[in-house]
Write a protein that binds this ligand. Structure first.
Ligand code: NDP
Ligand code: 2IT
Length: 450
């Protein structure tokens, strides 16, 4: 069997075993197809059945979460924790709370996380979890009661050297706090079982900012490779949550103009850019009050376009910076972005571009910064939070930001290096996938057959 046949045969087996898990199958297709050149040159990966092993989670936990809403009515949700791969360190990855969450979504996220975490240079395996609980419109007390019950099961599967969850969509500082408090109450142990903790109780400076800042640092490396930077560039951001907020802040700081933001209800267009005052308002509306972008738009006298996405509302886009959710850039969106002048796409969200959209960008010479490299800054600073917890120390803002910046440059260089080494110079998707694979696969081989 040659490398190509091997890759196709594994994809086929994964499709048979995981029928209906469309996001997971999409992620596997995207990654495995880029690995052919390394499989061809390194027969050990086929011999050790690395692709069969790396696409099968080590452990999958699914559980019932029962809680009481404010009317005293009993509600039932489903919880997940998928411990995907621990070859290079404890399972690490976020928890997502969104009504769309199902096994296929958590598996795609866990699979991506394995490669992403390997790229960070830090010793972290990959995992992901969450629930189909919808935080929108829930009171603070309902969110707390849900999370207490969620942690009553999750606590037995996690630990500072076993599995360390963090935030993702719908999980920020408030949620991490409720979960940490519950874990402590159950176990009587104060330990680093979650990252994204509050600064007074073991959190790291720069963790809230890390994904958005890190993706912007990565974007700067992409632009530098073409002899340019962010000055005068119009940047279309999607989402208005954690990643979008801090991407917006850093883009503006480095000379770019943030022309769009969005949420699940619609988008805003800001032809002259997001000001500092507007940014403060977004942070207050979304991060503190858990409100809607339309409320912010009304307050600041900005037009809100219901049902539209960020790509549709902007007239001109130099850089597209998807930071909301998966598959938010379809082929049609990609064509529209290229028509609007897009020269670079940097993925703040996980798998925001469909496979045909990615191909279209690459075929049209658009610089493409793939999610598992570009948005790895969040988990990287989570890794630094774990280091600080182990040392029982807290580093300064400057120290963490510098380490984050260095890690993002290293991730960019790894992608470039492997793309060139395997004959696809400039293809950061292929280079990053191969870079992540070789680290994890070699560790798996070293550790025997398991
Ligand atoms: P938040 O919950 O803070 O924000 C999510 C944003 O995306 C909100 O504006 C939300 O709108 C919007 N959104 C969510 N789902 C949809 C949907 N189905 N359609 C349209 N818009 C949607 O999450 P984060 O900012 O943390 O996460 C954003 C993305 O970044 C995700 O893909 C996540 O996996 C990824 N990521 C996050 C990291 C982190 O450290 N937080 C690290 C690396 C990647 P609304 O408010 O209306 O729901
Ligand atoms: O997708 C991601 O990398 C995250 N949601 C962050 C995970 C983490 O453990 O910080």
């Amino acid at each position: 069997m040659n490398a190509n046949e091997y890759v196709e045969s594994v994809i086929q087996k994964v499709e048979e075993k995981n029928a209906g898990q469309k996001e997971f199958l999409q992620a596997v297709n995207e990654v495995l197809h880029t690995l052919t050149p390394v499989i061809e040159k390194e027969p050990k990966y086929m011999k050790h059945k690395i692709l069969e092993r790396i696409t099968e989670p080590e452990r999958q936990v699914m559980f019932r979460v029962t809680w009481e809403d404010d009317n005293g009515e009993i509600q039932v949700n489903r919880g997940y924790r998928i411990e995907f791969n621990s070859a290079i360190g404890p399972y690490k990855g976020g928890l997502r709370l969104h009504p769309s969450v199902n096994i296929g979504i958590i598996k795609f996220l866990g699979f991506e996380q394995v490669f992403k975490n390997a790229l960070t240079t830090l010793p972290m395996g990959g995992g992901k979890g969450g629930s189909d609980f919808d935080p929108h419109g829930k009171s603070d007390a309902e969110v707390r009661r849900f999370l207490e019950n969620f942690m009553m099961e999750l606590y037995r599967h996690i630990g500072p050297n076993t599995d360390v969850p963090a935030g993702d969509i719908g999980v920020g500082g408030r949620e991490i706090g409720y979960m940490f408090g519950t874990y402590k109450k159950i176990t009587d142990r104060f330990e680093g079982i979650l990252t994204g903790k509050g600064l007074n109780w073991g959190g790291s400076l720069i963790r809230p900012e890390a994904t958005g800042y890190g993706a912007t640092y990565y974007l700067m490396e992409m632009l530098k490779s073409k002899g340019t930077d962010l000055n005068g560039k119009k940047v279309a951001l999607s989402g208005s949550g954690n990643v979008a907020q801090f991407a917006a802040e850093k883009v503006a700081e480095l000379g770019g103009t943030v022309v769009t933001l969005s949420d699940s209800k619609g988008a805003v267009y800001l032809p002259s850019g997001l000001t500092k005052e507007m940014w403060n308002g977004v942070y207050e509306t979304k991060a503190i009050k858990h409100g809607r972008l339309s409320e912010w738009a009304e307050k600041f006298g900005v037009d809100f376009f219901p049902g539209k996405n960020a790509w549709q509302v902007a007239d001109k886009v130099d850089v597209a910076f998807p930071s909301a959710t998966q598959n938010e850039i379809t082929l049609d969106d990609a064509k529209m972005l290229v028509d609007k002048g897009t020269i670079a796409v940097v993925e703040g969200a996980n798998m925001p571009s469909t496979l045909d959209a990615i191909k279209f960008f690459m075929d049209n010479g658009v610089l493409f910064g793939p999610a598992k490299a570009a948005n790895a800054g969040g988990v990287a600073v989570s890794g630094l939070e774990m280091s600080q917890n182990s040392l029982r120390l807290q580093w300064t803002r400057e120290e963490v930001d510098k380490r984050l910046h260095d890690i993002m440059v290293s991730i960019y260089n790894t992608g470039e290096y492997y793309a060139k080494k395997y004959g696809h110079e400039g293809d950061l998707l292929l280079g990053s996938n191969i870079g992540g694979l070789v680290k994890v696969a070699d560790a798996m081989i070293d550790q025997g057959i398991y």
